[in-house]
Design a protein around this ligand. Structure first.
Ligand code: 5RP
Length: 234
C-alpha cells in the first residue's frame, strides 16, 4: 500500500469517527451549545454535523480555522463569555496521541491553548481519532508547547534540562494567540500529569499539549472493523 492510499484510508477512518461523534451530540438536549476542536478529524465532524439535522444552539470553537468552517455552515459561534462559567455538555476534538488512561498529546495543529480552555468548561470531552493515534505510552509524537516569542532560548534550555528532550521551533507558524510553538521530541511520557504541570511552570510557556489533568472522557476510535466507543477507565 503506498503513502497516498494510506492517507486516504486514514481520512476515511477520521470521517467515521466524526460521524460517530455526531450521534453522541444527537443524544444531547436539543439547543445545546457544544465545544468544537480543531484539525482534519474535527473538520469532518463540522461538515457531518451541519448535514445531520441535529439541532444545536451554537458552538464554541477552539480556533479561528474551526470558527470559519462552522460559520460557513451557518452554525452560530458562541463566545466563552456568553456561557459564563459553563459547563457546556460536550467538547469534540481530535488528538495526536491517546494512551490507555485517555491522556492525550494535542496541538499538532497548533490550537492547544484554546483547546484546553474550551475543554475546561465541558462536562464531557469526546475524543475522535483514527486507530493510529492510540499508543501505549505518549511521546512518539513531538509534544507541542506554545510559548511567548521572546522566551525561545530560555524555554528551550529549561525544557532540555527538565525532560532531556530536544525542542524544535515550528518556524513560520504563529498561533491564533500570536505566539510560537516548540515541538519537543525524544520523550517517553510515563507520568503525563506531572510533566504537564512542570512544563507549565517554565516562564514563557503559555501551555503545553499534554491533556492529562483534563483528559478525554469518551473515545471514539475508528478502526478497520468499525468505530469503537469507550469511556475513560476508572
Ligand atoms: C490541533 C489538534 C488536533 O486535534 C490534532 O492535531 C489531531 O489532528 P487531526 O485530526 O488533523 O489528525 O490538537 O491543535
Amino acid at each position: 500500500m503506498d503513502a497516498t492510499t494510506n492517507r486516504m484510508n486514514q481520512d476515511e477512518l477520521k470521517k467515521a469517527a466524526a460521524f460517530a461523534a455526531v450521534e453522541e451530540i444527537r443524544t444531547l438536549a436539543p439547543g445545546a451549545v457544544i465545544g468544537v476542536g480543531t484539525g482534519s478529524t474535527v473538520n469532518h465532524f463540522i461538515d457531518a454535523l451541519a448535514g445531520s439535522g441535529v439541532i444545536i444552539r451554537g458552538a464554541v470553537p477552539s480556533s479561528e480555522a474551526s470558527a470559519r468552517r462552522l460559520a460557513a455552515h451557518g452554525i452560530l459561534l458562541v463566545g466563552l463569555d456568553e456561557i459564563g462559567a459553563g459547563p457546556i455538555p460536550a467538547y469534540v476534538d481530535g488528538a495526536d496521541e491517546i494512551d490507555p488512561g485517555f491522556n492525550m498529546i494535542k496541538g499538532g495543529g497548533g490550537a492547544l491553548t484554546r483547546e484546553k480552555i474550551v475543554a475546561a468548561v465541558a462536562r464531557r470531552f469526546i475524543c475522535i481519532c483514527d486507530a493510529s493515534k492510540k499508543v501505549a505510552t505518549l511521546g512518539r509524537f513531538p509534544l507541542p508547547v506554545e510559548i511567548i516569542p521572546m522566551a525561545h532560548t530560555q524555554v528551550r534550555h529549561e525544557i532540555a534540562r527538565l525532560t532531556g528532550g530536544s525542542s524544535r521551533w515550528r518556524e513560520g507558524f504563529v498561533t491564533d494567540n500570536a505566539n510560537h510553538i516548540l515541538d519537543v521530541s525524544g520523550l517517553t511520557i510515563n507520568d503525563p500529569r506531572t510533566l504537564e504541570s512542570d512544563l507549565n511552570q517554565i516562564a514563557g510557556v503559555v501551555t503545553n499539549g499534554l491533556f492529562a489533568r483534563r483528559g478525554a472522557d469518551v473515545l471514539l476510535l475508528a478502526t478497520a472493523s468499525g468505530v469503537e466507543r469507550s469511556e475513560r477507565p476508572g
